[in-house]
Design a protein. Structure first.
Lengths: 366, 366
């Protein structure tokens, strides 16, 4: 395993300016990242919860190591490709929170599990048996968490009794070690649901060691579900318009921002930015499904639509209005979708460029 | 300039299977691409229109060369980064259909214009003067098209008289050669708008040599605007759910498809795919803003939501339903947004894998 990566040394002043001059460009404010990481870790420490941050948001080994140094017990990845990048960069304890299906996936899991501590999840016998066969053949044993649908309606077994059935199956399969339960997100119904599952599983003589809840929006309510031993959250590291709307990250702590240039002012009320859906994504924001980003310098402006490379801005509510050539700063609707569109991010500290990091796990959809 | 790239030779059978087994994976059916390219080129040939395909859809030098061999006069790029990739791959005539603002952009345009034939667009004096200064300093002259807003409400001058004013300014600026007009998309009002602009510009003693219209949806109505000399279209090369809805590309000609695996069947009516917004994009489709893709094998299934890596499928209208582990084929809502999320595409001919192409201009947002 290679050692933790550090920010590349600050380039000379002209080069520093250049990386921000050629827009659109995604920037990451390390000071804000550190505030967000410290706040979430402090909450977990206060409530005796393990924090296992989800790296799908930043996709940067540098920030995964930063989260580990702050006290995280390990990381969460959504896809094996992310885990492969993180393992190669020295992260050694990875929960793969997505069901792995098919021989190709199991082969890759085996390769990873030979190098680092992997845990996996699943909500079906098919998934459990597929993992078991491949891992047992390789002489490996990996921790398995039963995914529970505690109200979101996505993946997960549907009832506490189903969780117990799958736990029992897994406990008897070679290559897997029943470890506990996992759910996403943490909702009001999550605690009682998990309690019933834990009781049922315990009644069958199995130990539930880990109970993993997830998500940034409900993060600060995690202590209300005392069944949880661990929380996973990703978006909080950057924040975004959804986080501002749901109160988990304030605007001043939104660390991922896109610098964009006004390239056209065709009418008094309209500006066009050089950042569209291929830069910001068409992901909606909580509380404002039609807006497409917040312009920090012009909070009364409204990005109301995105073409692939054009951001459409309605200036009609603005007293002051930007001219062609002005660079503005956009807080995206959804940090995870936005970050995934950028090959690299410009890293700032104290408002100064201190590095340019490749988004190493960007696009790792497999 | 390097020679046109060819598909890599077919890998051995096991390797061929492997690239489709590890999902999600984007596939491009070359037979369908060739049908789409031939149909669009035949329409243009019939109506005496030059075709300048927009490569922002596929971002592949291989397909740009295929379009050139079919009769295109050159290509269109939306961002300089795309143009840089295409020029390096041997494309020699490139219209940059996005306003270039700022010194960094002008410097890159100068470098490109030294190597290949570049044309540019703009809708403001600021853009024109910025380009002029940089190009004249470099001893270059580049064709400039005045962008006209003929009804879309995005970029472009607002009235035919404004087009004439900008044309006159450009004609007097060093480094630029007034070439004509450009608009997007081609609407019912486009022809009369452009006619008025052409008349006004001609009355001022300037020649309008090129009039460039754009877009796949209105493509086959381009002949109804006889003012057009050239059409730009991108999406038609692949087709997508929007193209099916607006009648420009049939389902059987949709060339870009994402192979995805059913990873969970938590309820009788629900399936979850391993393809979410980071694989398909949250771009909406014409005629069905809430659907997120068409499952070819299960046309009655509905992808009704995407998480980043999960596709949520409602199976309640399906008689037959897929099991965990089944691989399905998804036609995305919007080919351009989807293709931009994939580092590579698996290329098929006659249903067989014949290569894996890096999406060379993917993510070139600057």
């Amino acid at each position: 395993m290679s050692p933790p990566q550090q920010a590349s040394p600050p380039p000379r002043s002209a080069a520093r300016d250049a990386v921000l001059r050629d827009t659109p460009v995604a920037t990451v404010d390390l000071d804000a990242v550190e505030r967000n990481v410290a706040r979430m870790q402090a909450y977990c420490d206060e409530h005796g919860l393990a924090l296992r941050p989800h790296v799908k948001t930043h996709k940067l080994p540098e920030l995964a190591h930063l989260q580990m140094r702050a006290g995280a017990v390990g990381i969460t990845c959504q896809k094996l490709g992310e885990a492969e990048v993180m393992a190669a960069a020295g992260l050694t304890d990875i929960l793969l929170s997505f069901p792995l299906v098919g021989d190709a996936k199991v082969e890759r899991l085996v390769a990873l599990a030979r190098e680092v501590t992997m845990s996996v999840v699943g909500d079906s016998e098919t998934v459990a048996r597929g993992l078991s066969a491949g891992l047992a053949r390789a002489g490996l044993e990996v921790a398995f968490l039963v995914e529970c649908d505690t109200g979101f309606g996505r993946t997960g077994v549907q009832a506490p009794g189903d969780a117990a059935d799958l736990a029992e199956l897994v406990a008897g399969l070679p290559g897997l070690r029943f470890e506990g339960l996992m759910t996403y997100p943490t909702l009001t119904a999550t605690g009682p649901w998990l309690r019933a599952a834990i009781d049922e599983i315990s009644a069958r003589g199995l130990e539930v060691r880990t109970v993993s809840g997830g998500g940034t929006p409900g993060f600060f309510s995690s202590h209300r579900a005392p069944e949880l031993t661990e929380v996973r959250a990703g978006t909080y590291v950057y924040g975004d318009r959804s986080c501002i709307a749901n109160g988990t990250v304030a605007l001043e702590d939104c660390a991922l921002r896109v610098h964009a240039t006004v390239v056209s002012r065709p009418t008094v009320g309209r500006a066009i930015l050089d950042a569209g859906s291929k830069t910001l994504s068409n992901d909606p924001a909580e509380g404002d499904p039609d807006g497409r980003g917040l312009i920090v310098e012009y909070p009364d402006a409204r990005i109301h639509a995105l073409s692939e490379e054009h951001g459409w801005v309605d200036l009609s509510a603005c007293e002051r209005r930007p001219e062609v050539g002005e660079v503005v700063t956009v807080v995206p609707n959804h940090a995870c979708g936005c970050a995934n569109l950028h090959d690299e991010v410009v890293v700032l500290r104290g408002g100064q460029v201190v590095g340019v990091w490749p988004v190493a796990a960007r696009g790792r959809i497999r």
